[in-house]
Design a protein around this ligand. Structure first.
Ligand SMILES: [Zn+2]
Length: 475
């Protein structure tokens, strides 16, 4: 059973809520400028050296240590991490920032943004505090989804906990979210203009942003109150009636297969549910086990986030790559192992090399999803080799340059030996013109052609690709 990604949904909510504030895009641009400045080591060194000279060694140390994460690597809670890293030095830095030191700096646009940010009381004041609060609130909710109720206190104190129940909170997510929503709404309603030191209109915007957050939560997390996810909460009073109502609202065949397995008349689980008390007691052990198993469906979607982020990067730069192609050519441990293992197998067994090799290649155009066969019709074209080369160039981003280069050359030679050479020999024999010197010449020609192919393919593979404009305005 697929569960919508908890963190993805909350991350998008954070983005949508903040984007609803008219000042936010501009505010974020300035935050990025400040963060990028504080990430540049030479700048930070200059500033902290100057601060030490002015007798504020403490601040100089703080500036040196404050290293906000990179916005380019946008992950869950990056905004919170960046804002939280800058916050401790912000107010002091605004007062003493030595703009004169960087008058001749190349990146004047960045310094202009910093100057604008530091000269605006709203930017470093209520706007900064509100973004910090909202991103903190939503990031806490994200973290909740990755935790477990059995180690709640340890996780809150920041301990690293290894527990199999982590991220398996489907049965309690709805209730927790309701409580948090109520807390946020109550807090927002208690705000006055003095809370943020802003004007009445600005306060209304902030309160509207919190209300939007609650509305988006309700919309995005509606699935928690629907079948089959609702079945994980069967032990709560009143849920059984909701389950029956939803089940009867449409025909059985229109329900999810998990729901069908539970609720079709005559199924063992259905009998146990019918036997339950309306308040959720008197649960049969078999039903109890099924509820526990359903509630163990992971809510935490951060497990494959690394590969997903990398995949997105490739997808944005590729012209027509499918998910399968991108997944199989990512610089991941198993793919690198494939590439490494290919080389020693070459001398031992060419047939197995062919098998390895065809798993790496794909046919052009409409045949892209098919595995190439040993068929003259499917002799790999130059374009296919370019695909292979792109694959190899991805591998070489790390320390695997040599391995990949050998792989390319060997695969090309193998193509020549296995496919092209027999074809040429066959024609020569047919025309009765083959002699040993012909063979020598043929070999040389093939090697030269192979070299040209390598050069052309390399040039093609390194052509700059069209970049897509990011869809999200503030990333
Ligand atoms: Zn636990």
């Amino acid at each position: 059973m697929a569960v919508p990604g908890w963190k993805h949904q909350l991350d998008l909510t954070l983005r949508d809520c903040l984007s609803s504030l008219a000042w936010f895009p501009d505010w974020l641009q300035k935050l990025k400028a400040v963060s990028s400045f504080l990430r540049t080591e030479t700048y930070v060194q200059q500033v902290s050296h100057w601060l030490k000279g002015q007798g504020v060694g403490g601040l100089a140390e703080m500036v040196k240590k404050c290293s906000p994460p990179n916005f380019a690597e946008w992950r869950w809670g990056t905004l919170l991490k960046v804002a939280a890293a800058i916050k401790p030095v912000l107010l002091s830095l605004i007062v003493v920032f030595p703009f004169a030191l960087f008058r001749k700096s190349r990146n004047q646009a960045q310094l202009d943004l910093i100057a604008e940010a530091f000269s605006s009381a709203s930017w470093s004041g209520w706007q900064f505090d509100f973004v910090l609060w909202l991103s903190g609130f939503i990031t806490d909710l994200m973290q909740w989804g990755c935790g477990c109720s059995c180690h709640h206190l340890q996780l809150q104190s920041g301990e690293v906990v290894d527990c199999p129940r982590k991220g398996r909170r489907l049965h309690e997510a709805g209730r927790h979210l309701e409580q948090e929503q109520e807390k946020a709404l109550a807090l927002a309603n208690s705000w006055a203009t003095e809370t943020w030191s802003c004007s009445f209109a600005e306060l209304s915007d902030l309160q509207g942003c919190v209300r939007l957050m609650v509305a988006l939560f309700t919309k995005k997390m509606r699935y928690l109150y629907r079948l089959p996810y609702l079945l994980a909460r069967l032990r709560e009073p009143g849920i059984r009636q909701q389950v029956y109502d939803q089940w009867n609202s449409v025909r059985p065949e229109e329900h999810h297969r998990v729901t069908q397995k539970w609720l079709i008349d005559g199924m063992p689980l259905r009998r146990h549910i019918d036997m339950m008390n309306p308040d959720g007691t008197n649960v049969h052990p078999e039903l109890e086990a099924a509820i526990i198993a359903l509630a163990a469906a992971p809510l935490d979607d951060s497990v494959s986030e690394g590969p997903h982020a990398r995949w997105n990067k490739f997808q944005n730069h590729a012209k027509a790559a499918t998910f399968a192609w991108n997944a199989s050519t990512m610089r991941m441990a198993q793919n690198l192992d494939d590439a490494r293992n290919m080389i020693p197998t070459i001398d031992a067994d060419l047939a197995s090399l062919w098998c390895n090799w065809k798993t790496l290649l794909r046919l052009p155009g409409a045949n892209a999803h098919k595995a190439p066969r040993m068929n003259l019709k499917h002799v790999p074209s130059i374009r296919t080799r370019c695909h292979f080369l792109r694959y190899a160039s991805r591998l070489t981003q790390g320390t695997h340059m040599v391995a990949a280069t050998i792989t390319i050359q060997v695969s090309l030679l193998t193509t020549i030996r296995l496919v092209i050479q027999p074809m040429m020999l066959h024609e020569m024999v047919m025309e009765k013109v083959v002699t040993s010197s012909h063979l020598m010449k043929g070999e040389t020609i093939i090697r030269v052609v192979g070299l040209v192919v390598v050069v052309v393919a390399m040039a093609l593979a390194n052509l700059p690709r069209k970049k897509r404009v990011p869809e999200i305005p503030w990333r």
